[in-house]
Write a protein that binds this ligand. Sequence first.
Ligand SMILES: Nc1nc2c(c(=O)[nH]1)N[C@H]1C(S)=C(S)[C@@H](COP(=O)(O)OP(=O)(O)OC[C@H]3O[C@@H](n4cnc5c(=O)[nH]c(N)nc54)[C@H](O)[C@@H]3O)O[C@H]1N2
Ligand SMILES: Nc1nc2c(c(=O)[nH]1)N[C@H]1C(S)=C(S)[C@@H](COP(=O)(O)OP(=O)(O)OC[C@H]3O[C@@H](n4cnc5c(=O)[nH]c(N)nc54)[C@H](O)[C@@H]3O)O[C@H]1N2
Ligand code: SF4
Ligand SMILES: [Mo]
Length: 702
Amino acid sequence: MSGESKDPVKTICPYCGVGCGIQVAPGEEPGDMQFRPWADAPVNEGRVCIKGGAATEVVDHEDRLTEPLLKEDGEFREATWEEAYELIVEEMERIREEHGPDAMGFFGSSKTMNEENYLLQKLARRYGTNNVDNCTRMCHASTVWALRTSLGAGAMTNSMADLEQAADVFWIQGANPGEQHPIANSQYFRQAVLEGATVIQVDPHANKTTRSFEIEDTDRHMHLQLNPGTDIPLLNVVLKTVLENGWVDEEFVAERTEGFEHLEATLEDFDKEAAAEECGVPLEDIELAARKYAKANNAAIFTGMGMSQHACGVDNVQNEINLALATGNLGRPGTGVNPLRGQNNVQGTCDVGAMPNVLPGYQLVDDDEARESVEEVWGFEIPDEPGLTNVEISHAAGDSVHGLYVMGENPVMSEPDGNRVEERLEELEFMVAQDIFMTETAKYADVVLPATSWAERGGTVTNTDRRVQRMRPVQKVHDNTKHDLDILSEVGTRLFGEGFDFEDPEAVFEELRQVCPSYHGMSYDVLGEEGVHWPCYEPGDEGDPFLYEESFDTENGLGKIEGVTHQPPKEVPDEEYPLVLTTARLEEHYNTGTMSRRSPTLNRQHPENFVDVHPADAERYGIEDGETVRLRSRRGEIEVRAEVTDDIKEGVVWTTPHFAAASANRLTNDVLDERAKIPEYKAAAAEIDVGIEPADRGAADD
Ligand SMILES: Nc1nc2c(c(=O)[nH]1)N[C@H]1C(S)=C(S)[C@@H](COP(=O)(O)OP(=O)(O)OC[C@H]3O[C@@H](n4cnc5c(=O)[nH]c(N)nc54)[C@H](O)[C@@H]3O)O[C@H]1N2
Ligand SMILES: Nc1nc2c(c(=O)[nH]1)N[C@H]1C(S)=C(S)[C@@H](COP(=O)(O)OP(=O)(O)OC[C@H]3O[C@@H](n4cnc5c(=O)[nH]c(N)nc54)[C@H](O)[C@@H]3O)O[C@H]1N2
Ligand code: SF4
Ligand SMILES: [Mo]
């Protein structure tokens, strides 16, 4: 489907949503590829973080899937593509006949291209179900919900370059750009800080963001080290301080917002002292932070997983929107509420409709007019009820869901309560896994399809500030692997005859832009090397560096303020499980580690999981730094090395989801935010056992 090149090829880093441009030089042997900087790449001007520089290491890894596999009597055997396709079609047809179309679930992949996710969601809808989702559900689903309903679009309100130039205060709550978006941090935000901007970090854990801005060593910056799950009370202290001191932007509130009275009423009897106590942060520190934010010329909020991954995730982000709207920090350069999107293509995967409630361009499936406009292009009827989300699909496996098609996701490790996910997947009648490696999830599949990797194929991806960029193929490594797009095209054509046969990714993009209004003005030629920001309704539209200058994209054009009150995590510490467990990431590893654990440069830094324990807790439990402990919750246990450090708050333990041998998700709680259905990865109750022999620690990671 796509040509190959001998010169270095300009493409996009396959890891995070910053969307850095890199070059890849083909080697003597296929797969012998090398990283080269791309000096004038639009986002990063040649700079990369440790992951971008090491990205080629996984392309030719010995563990790559190279042949289709079929499970027979519980064992995988190599098979031909023909056998694999026949079985997929036969089983998908059988499931629809026996149980109806909603008995299938489809997982799209934010590691794959826009064209591929577009085709996957079209396939699901042609099959007759809206049960299609992607990892955004576990990520920024709550942020997107709050932004979409209160401001208009589920994306960053401002762009990185705009923030660098104009913001005076960065309010970073539950995000760690120093490690998770390193080039955004070093290239954009750090520059602003060098020029005088102030950073206020709200996080229970000190990390490389704290250190990159030397937050602890200056009077200018602040780190509010709150207890996990107390973000609403903390922001309510900030908001009440703003109200008490007359720092509200009255004109902005009057002209551009609605609901301010509701916020006032919510805060009327709010007790700041008690709330600060609940947060575990001195009241005067929160008040000082409020002053710094409210008094800035332009203040920008960054919001990450520490806010979104709670059962109250939507309300967490709504409260950030409340703060920005009340102080008039929206619709101008250097302001806004900004989620730095996670995966390299999570923004695009959502844009193209790989979600149960929306079609391409966020058109609601239950909006008749929108649905009909897409049906006109597709030529078939689209189901009009929103489908199940990915965690709901896993939970329904064996009950209402009997078949699952997983393209490039690893739910056994990434979804909460992994032990339960494994039990549910066992109950499926049929499962396909399409990946570049044999993942912990693929082991449960009946058919495993070997996909080509990011460096072997072309397509487009959309980064965190809505820039759609082209990825270009370098060379194919294994003969019998196939591009995700070709696989979906073949499955779709065999199942439905027409609507899935495209000559190349560009042909798919041409159809995609017809049904996705914010991409309508783009084409491969127009994207060129610079890419184009959406919204791009007509050819020539350049997209906007910041949104909502004149009005919000809501029905009446007003931004929605709505006061919210504290909702403690669904599971709080008690006698049996007295610690708060929270989970987050490391710079050198990536999500479920399928790629980073196989990358020598990345894996060298942290070859195994660990748990951060505060010195006071270590003393109470009698834990020595470096000793192996058992960390357990009501759902499971893992054995990990304890790192005794005051980076973490007392009473809180902090670990990561990156390692198969001791995954955080053996422990996490699978309760969901009611509206956005995001799991509460960031707060559960846990206990530590000491006196564990290191030899017991469990098998090394594969
Ligand atoms: N190196 C690397 N980069 C990545 C990824 C990776 O795995 N590795 N993953 C990518 C993806 S998919 C995503 S979504 C992004 C995520 O990027 P971030 O949003 O930065 O994600 P996390 O590191 O999970 O969590 C951010 C912070 O939330 C804090 N936190 C925990 N609980 C709470 C709480 O209750 N309240 C508050 N205020 N903070 C809390 C954690 O201590 C952590 O510092 O990163 C992307 N980039
Ligand atoms: N405890 C805890 N759990 C979490 C989080 C947390 O903070 N704490 N964060 C959550 C978040 S934000 C996210 S985004 C999810 C991520 O959850 P997942 O998306 O399930 O995790 P990844 O490890 O990114 O999985 C991507 C998969 O795609 C495969 N892949 C890579 N390239 C390709 C390709 O070109 N084609 C195909 N077909 N496959 C490919 C990889 O090998 C890998 O198996 O995890 C969530 N889980
Ligand atoms: S910041 Fe993100 S996109 Fe840029 S090189 Fe690092 S991982 Fe890749
Ligand atoms: Mo994510």
